[in-house]
Structures are given as C-alpha cells and as structure tokens.
Design a protein around this ligand. Structure first.
Ligand SMILES: Nc1ncnc2c1ncn2[C@@H]1O[C@H](COP(=O)(O)OP(=O)(O)OP(=O)(O)O)[C@@H](O)[C@H]1O
Ligand SMILES: [Mg+2]
Length: 253
C-alpha cells in the first residue's frame, strides 16, 4: 500500500438483515483527491459511503465482513474510537442540516464540546473554518444570525465548515447538491475543487456531468458490486466494461 492511499476498502460485504447490499468491494482512494461514486438508484452508493465512517452501525441488523483501512488503520478493529473516526471522516448530507443555532455557534458548538480551546482559540477556529469554505467574507458581520435563515448553498458550506473545524480531513458527500439550484450547485462544485487541495473527498452523485466535472477518479456500482473504477476521464470516455458504458451513455439507470 503506497502512502498516498488514504482509504482502502478490502473484501467488504454489508448485509441489512438477510439482504446482501455490498458484495466483496475492493477499492482504494487517494489522499487529496475527489472520488465520485456513481450508479443507479439502490446500487449501494450511500451504503458504502456510510460504511466509511461506520455510520451504518447505527442501523439495526447491519452486519459487515471485510475491512476498511483509513490511513492504514482498520476501522472495524475492536477498540476503534468511533467518535474520533467520525470527527476525522465527516459526512455531508443531501439536505444541509445546520443546528438551529447561530452561524457562529454551528461551528463553535462541537469545538467547545470536544476540545479544551479557549474562547479566543474557538473564535480563531471558527474564522479559519468559515474561510476554508469561502463564507467568511459573506458572513463575518452576520455571525449571530440564525443558520436556518441562510440560503441552501450557505447552509451546505456551513455544514462543511463545521466538519473542517472538528479537524475532519475526509469529507463524505452524499448528493450534496441535489437540494440546490444550478448556480448554487456550480458554487459547491468550485468549493470541492478548492477543498481537495487540503482534503480527501468522496462524493456520491446521480449527476454524471457533475462527476465528470469534479472528480479525479470514478467508481461505478451496480447491484452492490463495484463494476469498474479508474481515472474519471477514462471511465467517461473509454470504460473497460460494457455495463459502465451502458450506464454513462444513458442506456439505462
Ligand atoms: N436501512 C436499510 N435497511 C434495509 N435495506 C436498506 C437500508 N438502506 C438501504 N437498503 C437497501 O440497500 C440497497 C442499497 O441502498 P443505498 O441507499 O445504499 O443505495 P443508493 O445507491 O444510495 O441509492 P440512491 O441512488 O437511491 O440513493 C437498496 O436495495 C436499499 O433498499
Ligand atoms: Mg443514496
């Protein structure tokens, strides 16, 4: 394993009760890159994403075999600290889900809960995190405003800032633009391109043009199996597998 690999999924199977949702998945994700996960509805994209920070553990009757290594460490190891794991590997959802608190508190809340930073240090972190998602200029005079009054795009940025403040360096994004209009979508795509200088991003998207625009690598899933993964331009122009070609050319899915 070379050290530019940050996520390594090995022989990973996931069952919801009797239903075998992911079948023998093997894939590697490079540090500071954007990986798109594509495939028709129900193929297991969200399931895989939730596996990467063990959020599936919260669902009843989930059983897993195989292993996922994050920076070389097995996440299913017995003594793995899940709070730490989920701080490091943060999830961004379809619908932005800021807390019903002020802009400032959305970022500061977790910091106070999980760290021993002084008031000044918290303020510093809040500023850095809002800068990382290009919200600082827009919101520095509105830090006390309720987050729920922000636009959808701003809320989504704020949710990313909240993760960045907690020192996440892997962002899992499950259709992060599906509740946004085309202009906001374009802005979030720009943000993703900026973020990958410092962060590793795994994005699930139904929008193939989006996958082609933002990602370095693309993984195509069908019925719980990884059919093909490779450099995005190759997957979209010269896929190795017929199934992938049928999907990306819109012949099904
Ligand atoms: N909590 C659950 N309990 C039982 N089955 C589930 C659960 N969540 C998902 N599944 C099933 O697992 C399969 C994969 O679901 P998943 O949500 O991962 O697909 P997806 O690729 O994200 O689909 P979509 O594009 O519609 O979001 C589907 O057949 C789904 O019905
Ligand atoms: Mg999904």
């Amino acid at each position: 394993m070379t050290n530019d690999i940050v996520i390594d999924v090995r022989d990973y199977n996931l069952y919801y009760g009797d239903f075998h949702a992911l079948l023998d998945v093997n894939l590697s994700i490079k540090k500071k890159s954007v990986t798109a996960i594509i495939g028709p509805s129900g193929c297991g994209k969200s399931t895989l994403l939730r596996g990467l920070n063990r959020m599936n553990d919260l669902i009843d009757q989930v059983r897993v075999t195989g292993e996922i290594f994050i920076e070389g460490k097995p996440i299913y190891a017995e003594k793995r600290d899940l709070v730490e794991l989920r701080k490091k590997v943060g999830m961004v959802f379809q619908r932005p889900n800021p807390f019903p608190l002020s802009v400032y508190e959305n970022v500061a809340f977790g910091l106070r809960l999980h760290s021993h930073l002084s008031k000044e240090e918290v303020a510093q972190k809040v500023e850095e995190s809002l800068k990382a998602v290009a919200l600082w200029k827009e919101l520095k005079d509105k830090l006390k405003a309720p987050a729920l009054r922000l636009s959808g795009e701003q809320q989504q940025r704020l949710c990313i800032a909240r993760l960045a403040a907690m020192s996440a360096d892997i962002f899992l994004m499950d259709e992060p633009c599906s509740a946004l209009d085309p202009v906001a979508t374009q802005h979030i795509e720009e943000l993703i391109r900026v973020l990958k200088e410092d962060y590793t991003i795994v994005i699930v998207t139904h929008n193939m043009a989006q996958a082609a625009r933002v990602s370095d690598e693309t993984a195509y899933f069908y019925l719980g199996k990884l059919i093909e993964m490779g450099p995005t331009d190759q997957i979209f122009t010269r896929p190795a597998r017929k199934e992938t070609e049928d999907y990306i050319t819109g012949r099904f899915g």
